[in-house]
Design a protein around this ligand. Structure first.
Ligand SMILES: Nc1ncnc2c1ncn2[C@@H]1O[C@H](COP(=O)(O)OP(=O)(O)OP(=O)(O)O)[C@@H](O)[C@H]1O
Length: 261
């Protein structure tokens, strides 16, 4: 189902090259250079309003960069024509902060929407696949429920089931733990790891949940509003224990003043 013929999966899933992102031609962040390996759980972190969601919007093609490039498995997403962009989009799954489920549709119907748009599956096959995706996220038996009938954590799971409907290479998460209690948030973390471990899916997560970042993050980039760029890149635990930058230590130690050894 997932066709990305020109892409070389031996290459990094995502490379940002001297990327500038912002609004109306005014950059919020500039000179962003980073690379995300296939199968990595990669966090974009930073204080409120620094531009994490804005960067995410650029990575998923909702906004065109002011400068620089984004390459997906070696191929420029920024320079792709509209047909090629559509093919790229088929290989992305996105879980929005609000879960973005259609309230008038059942969970199964929410999941079959992208299948209707992007696949040739018939109605019965789509319904089967929707049930399978719901089972993958622990929602067996909830296919005919409406979003209003389930909890916040279940909505996030259903949103993830929809994001997984086209067997994406890369799933983007905007604050997956927002509004969840610590236990439900940990369950979401486990689900993200399960998806990565089972399918080798690359997971790009915008978050400021330190518990999640340390629990499941392979690597992070830390954005800084004043610097208007990335101020640290690496495995979160390593950064927390070895960085000598007070801004990095402050963020990763929740404002506690901790001096590196
Ligand atoms: N559509 C828009 N037009 C102009 N400016 C915007 C737009 N959307 C967001 N901004 C501004 O861009 C800046 C970064 O916002 P963004 O939502 O990317 O930050 P964030 O790091 O994700 O924040 P948070 O952690 O609070 O969600 C903010 O100052 C915001 O007001």
């Amino acid at each position: 189902m997932n066709t990305s013929p020109a892409q070389d999966h031996a290459l990094p899933a995502i490379v940002a090259e001297d990327l500038a992102v912002g609004y109306d031609g005014v950059p919020l962040m500039e000179h962003l250079d980073f690379s995300i390996a296939k199968g990595e759980v990669f966090f974009v972190i930073g204080g409120s309003g620094c531009g994490k969601s804005t960067l995410l919007r650029h990575l998923i093609g909702l906004q065109q960069p002011i400068a620089g490039d984004v390459r997906i498995f070696g191929e420029s997403f920024v320079k792709a024509d509209s047909e090629r962009r559509r093919q790229f989009l088929k290989t992305f799954g996105v879980l929005y902060q609000s879960s973005a489920l259609w309230s008038s549709l059942t969970l199964a119907e929410n999941i079959t929407l992208p299948l209707e748009e992007y696949t040739d599956l018939n109605k019965r096959e789509r319904a089967q696949l929707a049930r399978l995706k719901l089972a993958q996220v622990g929602l067996t038996g909830y296919a005919d429920y409406y979003p209003a009938e389930i909890s916040g954590g279940m909505k996030k799971r259903a949103g993830l089931a929809r994001a997984l409907s086209l067997d994406p290479d890369i799933v983007f998460f905007d604050e997956p733990s927002a509004g969840l209690d610590p236990i439900t948030s940990r369950e979401m973390d486990e689900l993200i790891l399960q998806v990565r471990d089972t399918y080798g899916t690359t997971c790009v997560i915008v978050s400021h949940e330190l518990a999640s970042i340390f629990a499941i993050g392979d690597r992070v980039i830390l954005l800084d509003k004043q610097a208007r760029s990335i101020i640290a890149t690496g495995p979160p635990k390593e950064l927390a224990s070895t960085s000598r930058d007070p801004r990095v230590l402050e963020f990763l130690h929740r404002g506690d003043v901790i001096k590196p050894a």
